[in-house]
Design a protein around this ligand. Structure first.
Ligand code: FAD
Ligand code: NDP
Length: 314
């Protein structure tokens, strides 16, 4: 017998979908991944310290603890969780096939919640100072006390970099934006925003090459490729905004993706171009990218899968 619903992923979207489909008595099977896309089961929040903007935790909660709680709630609601990575799917006919290790599992509906991975630069010192001044999410971490009234550095020239730099000016004394070319990729309207902000200075043709500090970030060594000059910016924050990679390679182009690899969903729903396959969380969202929005779309996917199953005869 095929499964009623399989959920692939382990972040807030996957666990919210598991909680809802579990309570709907669909006996969900979750493949949470084993260091899938280089991230531990639990998803992106396992790579951070304090989460201060997830409702229900007025004192804040550590990212790994929040994900442990979500996982425990999924199990309590009836989800079965396997710590395995899905390597392939076959969506050509019903029931769908999901391949894990050497096993193929069939399912009537599929919820994809495999998230996205923030790109990092892996410069010297980054591993040691990750989350000690270096981050890939300004909206998540920017308000932390270590960044208040400090000089901060954002890397990137796209809409995210502009948005994050502008956001950081609420807390920082100054924000440098390092752009590797002599133009921004960001939309014109976003560009106007960055140039109008007196706290922001754009350093063109410049990239970070080393992060400096022992217990916390104290400076960023940068290189200007035009002048072939290296120097140190004294700064206490380094934020990467150089894009994300949606975790969709295992789909092998069987679902409609946008030009950057995100799954396309019908506006206002989590429905993909294949009936019975739903996508939620960051794997289909390159704008909001927050735990609470991922959880919200996880709920939508579960309700839509439940509705789909109720109207099918297999
Ligand atoms: P993700 O959290 O991206 O998790 C998906 C997981 O699924 C993957 O990590 C992997 O473990 C698993 N997976 C992937 N492929 C497969 C596969 N083929 N088979 C099985 N499993 C697979 N948001 C906030 O709201 N507040 C914050 O404070 C905050 N802080 C952040 C700090 C950092 C450093 C980062 C990087 C992000 C932060 N975010 C924060 C953003 C938030 O983490 C994401 O928006 C959210 O986790 C997205 O959830 P998701 O369910 O889409 O999937
Ligand atoms: P983008 O891929 O658009 O931009 C990434 C930026 O990082 C580019 O400027 C790129 O430089 C730079 N970059 C990439 N790798 C490196 C590197 N190794 N070293 C230095 N710089 C690097 O990603 P975004 O996250 O900005 O945006 C993704 C999508 O989301 C876009 O479609 C964007 O429009 C959308 N978005 C929209 C928002 C909004 O409308 N409010 C907000 C945020 C995102 P280069 O230009 O040279 O390639």
């Amino acid at each position: 017998m095929p499964e009623k619903v399989i959920i692939i992923g382990s972040g807030p979207a996957a666990h919210t979908a598991a909680i809802y489909t579990g309570r709907a008595k669909l006996n969900p099977l979750v493949f949470e991944g084993m260091m899938a896309a280089g991230v531990a089961a639990g998803g992106q929040l396992t790579t951070t310290t304090e989460v201060e903007n997830y409702p229900g935790f007025p004192e804040g909660i550590s990212g790994p603890e929040l994900m442990e709680k979500m996982r425990a709630q999924s199990i309590k609601c009836g989800a079965r969780i396997k710590t395995q990575t899905v390597t392939q799917v076959d969506l050509k006919k019903q029931p769908f096939q999901v391949k894990v290790d050497f096993e193929i599992v069939e399912t009537e509906s599929l919820i994809i919640a495999t998230g996205a991975t923030a790109k990092r630069m892996n410069i010297p010192g980054e591993e040691k100072l990750w989350q000690k001044g270096i981050s890939a999410c300004a909206v998540c971490d920017g308000a932390l006390p270590i960044f208040r009234n400090k000089v901060l550095v954002v890397v990137g020239g796209g809409d995210s970099a502009v948005e994050e730099a502008t956001f950081l000016t609420k807390y920082a004394s100054k924000v440098y934006v390092l752009v590797r070319r002599d133009v921004l990729r960001a939309s014109k309207v976003m560009q106007e925003r960055i140039f109008a902000n007196k706290k922001i200075e754009v350093l063109w043709m410049t990239i970070p090459i080393e992060s400096i500090g022992d217990k916390k970030l104290e400076g960023v060594k940068v290189k200007n490729s035009e002048k072939n000059k290296e120097y140190v910016l004294e700064a206490n924050g380094l934020f990467y905004a150089i894009g994300h990679l949606p975790n969709t390679a295992f789909l092998n182009n069987q679902l409609e993706l946008d030009e950057t690899g995100y799954i396309k969903t019908k506006p206002g729903t989590t429905k993909t171009n294949i009936t019975g396959v739903f996508a939620c969380g960051d794997v289909q969202d390159k704008v909001y990218r927050q735990a609470v929005t991922a959880a919200g779309t996880g709920c939508m996917a579960a309700l839509e899968a439940e509705h789909f199953l109720a109207n099918q005869s297999f």
